[in-house]
Design a protein. Sequence first.
Length: 560
Amino acid sequence: MGIAVTSSGKIENPKENPVHYPEDRKFFVWAWPPILGVLIALALLPLVCAWAQRLFLGLPRLPESPSGGTPLAFPGWLRLAHYLNFLLLTLLIRSGLSVAMDHPRLYTKDDCVPGTEWLRFTPVAVPTAEVWTAKEDARYISPWFALPGYRHTIGVARHWHFLPALFWFLNGTVYMALLLSTGQWKRLVPTSWHLVPEAWATFVNYANLHIPASETGILYRYNPLQQLSYFGVVFVMAPLSFLTGMAMSPSIVGRFPWYPKIFGGRQFARSIHFTLMAGYVAFLLVHVSVVFATGLGKNLNGIVLGLRGPGWLGLWIASAGIASVVLACCMAHWTAWRHQRTMQYVVRWVHNNVMRPLLFEHLATRAGYSRKDISPYFWPNGKMPESLQWRALLAGGFKDFRLKVGGLVEKQVELSLDDLRTLGRVEHITMHHCIQGWSGIAQWGGLPMAKLVELVRPHPEAKVCVFYSFGEGLYGGDYYDTQRVENLLQGQCLLAYQMNDKPLGPVYGAPLRLRVENQLGYKMVKWIKAIEFVTTEKTVGLGHGGKNEDDEYFDLIPEI
């Protein structure tokens, strides 16, 4: 797991690449003390109460017939769904850790002001005397725990997060449908409030290491504590994971700004999403421990073979299943470093042919925020231009700047900032969504791209617009990115020369930056120097749609 492969296909030692393998790799966890105290209290209070109850009142009696009416055995579809869920969750958790480490801070507010995070995985305090970009703030994580691991591999990590997420959703949908249509739902869904005190009685026994004797018959019944736990995982945690994931989509938030507010905002949804991931890990550890404690052989025969009984066949098959999951993780890591481009294009195909037709292409941005929502801090990002031309323009207040617009157009133009202002100006206050996970709300003023398209009149075959930057990419070379011409015509797409009622600052993209409110931030090119209309993105750069798409395997159309 210590070998990486460059975009050119050359095998490299990550220790020789400070981008992937930085000198500072310390693991660090910090939580806001009040929240940490609440979490510890929530974890310990039930145990303390259970111990106190035994000490003063004795162990409560367990219900004689738990989960009455439970169907016989486990059907084959349920056992298969159980295995697939374990496999897919393993990939989701590992890739999710890689995604989380690219911005290792969790917030409760969408402003993402440094110092206001409630949980962080970095020892770095954001310096105030220098420009500290979100890209610099990313942390290293070992590939033994995360997929693909290392640092700045979020493009690949997202592919390994979203593709298993799609199959996890499909697996869960089929599972739910069969669960409700076959009567198996009776195992999980509580039908009486009596289950609550019975579950507590069971918990008190478990907490005091008094393990109830398991049933010996073939009728597999959940005790009340199991029933409530599994109900919470299947009917609460799983749907909430999906819904909070959707609340981080720029396309969905851009169209339905009320949606993330259901969860307290985009960043609160991100915090919930991460906490649910930790919840799955905790549930898995407890679940496996109980399987061991209450009769490993019988339990695994029930889980794997469908019927409880003596013997170790279930253990051997379960061991083979766990080994296959480990092998899948190894294969995923190998693919993540040897076939990044293939994964990029597989996910692109799924998005273009499944996700966009079903959902995203129908979402026109309408989001609007008020001035009181503007963030007091907006994370800078990207490598500042180092070219002498840009520095000279900056020194002159960009008075000599000319935006060159050409390619497959009827009218090629060179426009100053004054020219752009004359052509028309709009402003809107929107939320910025970074691929790394942070967000911020700002006011943007500038020329609607629809006005520029109207001025230059692209040829019918010009389907793609290329935005060239004075800046460079992370791995060197001029930064650029592309947009579909049709997307430039939507209402909130503009060339911004103003931010929060002031001229666009050098750190945030002066003289011009693109705003496209239905996509992630890396598509919104900063320090724009030229625009070109072309037939396809395949004719520009390495042909994958942008500098980050070329070098870091980012999405071409990142609507989520």
